[in-house]
Design a protein around this ligand. Structure first.
Ligand code: UDX
Length: 433
């Protein structure tokens, strides 16, 4: 099939390359000439395992191309995917201006019947709004659909190529069939494709993210309680996770969730709910608990030094909001670093991928070390914020030698408290005995 994917961010690039890999002819387009030039040179603007190989292969084989000619790609396409950004506006709602601008371009370039599908996370009602915008200019029939994307950063290619489910929301039977046909090769079992109306599809995406985020906030809140009660959240996690109704995933207490999706999507669904007079209390609590949790590591460090952080050197391992990405949007490490700097501490940090992005924010205000041990050298404490593999089993003997005090803060509960205390470390985790 002939496809146009408008927007070459995370979702657009992964979807474009994935569709091409299944034999479709895909034009990935963007208004940013700089991004398109980079992609044409074979460079991938984001770090995502496997994406570079997928893009290179499909570009070489002529199924995937990059261009700034948005109108041309739309005219050639049978299906147009909208994968542009929907950032958080000042009032907390999702800013739809980029989506609406694409809608206008589509309306003006509609030369035959096309399916217009949103892949970006968009508020409930966006498909209806797009129908109006496109319809205002269109001289040809068209159908709109909501086709939310559930990929996780760091595992995005795999998520796209082998989806748990494909949600196709449209009130138009022809659009449903065309999209089902496109996705059939991606799913081994056809019941993984769920057809529904557009509003339900749009809400499904928010519901999934809000539910996942609420699990994390629930466990983070419980971790605070566990500490007060002398229980260990890690044992509680394993205990509750053994119930298949609960399941083992997304129950890890930590420094709070970050990333480009959860914080923005919680805010947007709260805004949407508010606009129809409904208070989504659980989502509001999820947000509030997360804001508190993101400040927790800094308060634990501060409490350890009796509030006297001036002149202290704190090492931070892990800056990306999670492993396998260089993305630092809403990362808890940034909240920690801001608080440490504010309190007068010196910060020495390391991350396997995210240091260039962190350097762009902090410049020379923090020290970034090429090696993880270099960051720990001479520090009064080490805080691990992101659970990259290399941090899971470090050489603790070496750490003990190079830290100026054997103090560890384990923001992800990846280390064994008893073992470390036995080695003479002062260990502090999240919600641990
Ligand atoms: C998320 C959704 O998982 C994905 O389906 C959606 O399409 C986009 O948003 P992503 O933001 O890439 O994906 O990361 P995810 O793996 O979900 O992690 C989000 C945050 O939650 C991270 O900061 C992570 O560290 C944190 N987290 C996750 C926890 O603190 N505890 C957990 O148990 C799981």
């Amino acid at each position: 099939m002939q496809l146009a994917v408008v927007g070459t961010g995370y979702v657009g690039l992964v979807a474009g390359a994935g569709f091409a890999d299944f034999g479709n002819d895909v034009a990935c387009v963007d208004v940013s000439a700089a991004k398109i030039e980079m992609l044409k040179r074979g460079e991938v603007p984001i770090y995502e395992p496997g994406l570079d190989v997928l893009i290179a292969k499909n570009t070489r084989d002529g199924r995937l191309r990059f261009s700034t000619d948005v109108a041309g790609a739309i005219r050639d396409a049978e299906i147009v995917f909208i994968a542009v950004g929907t950032p958080q506006a000042d009032d907390g709602s999702a800013d739809l201006s980029a989506v609406e601008a694409v809608g206008e371009t589509i309306g003006k370039n509609l030369n035959n019947f096309k399916v217009i599908a949103t892949k970006s996370t968009v508020p409930v009602g966006t498909a209806d709004r797009l129908r109006q915008i496109i319809g205002a200019n269109a001289t040809q029939p068209f159908a709109v659909a909501s086709n939310p994307e559930f990929l996780k950063e760091g595992d995005a290619v795999n998520d796209f190529m082998k989806p748990d489910r494909v949600i196709i929301g449209s009130d138009d039977p022809k659009a449903r069939e065309i999209l089902r046909h496109l996705y059939n090769p991606f799913v081994r079992a056809s019941d993984r494709i769920q057809l529904m109306d557009a509003r339900s599809a749009e809400l499904t995406k928010y519901a999934a993210n809000a539910l996942l985020a609420s699990r994390i906030s629930f466990m983070n809140d419980l971790a605070v309680l566990a500490e007060k009660l002398g229980a260990d959240i890690e044992l509680v996690r394993k205990g509750v996770g053994a119930d298949p109704r609960i399941g083992t995933k997304f129950l890890f207490a930590g420094p709070g969730f970050g990333g480009s999706c959860f914080p923005k999507d919680l805010s947007a669904i709260l805004y949407t709910a508010g606009s129809v007079g409904h208070d989504l209390e659980i989502v509001r609590a999820t947000e509030r608990i997360n804001a508190r949790q993101k400040r927790l590591l800094a308060s634990k460090v501060s409490a350890h030094f009796d509030g006297a952080l001036k002149g202290k050197t704190i090492a931070v391992w892990g800056l990306a909001f999670k492993p396998q990405t260089d993305d630092i949007r809403e990362a808890p490490a940034l909240t920690l670093i801001d608080a440490l700097l504010e309190a007068g501490a010196t910060v020495q940090a390391h991350d396997p991928q995210a240091m260039p992005n962190v350097r762009a924010i902090y410049g020379s205000r923090i020290l970034l070390s090429d090696g993880m041990y270099g960051a720990a050298e001479g520090a009064d404490a080490l805080v691990v914020v992101t659970e990259w593999h290399e941090y899971r089993r470090p050489d603790f003997h070496r750490l003990k030698r190079i830290l100026s005090a054997p103090t560890l803060f384990d923001g992800r509960n990846i280390w064994e408290p008893d073992e470390l205390r036995g080695m003479g470390f002062v260990y502090t985790g999240i919600g641990r005995k």
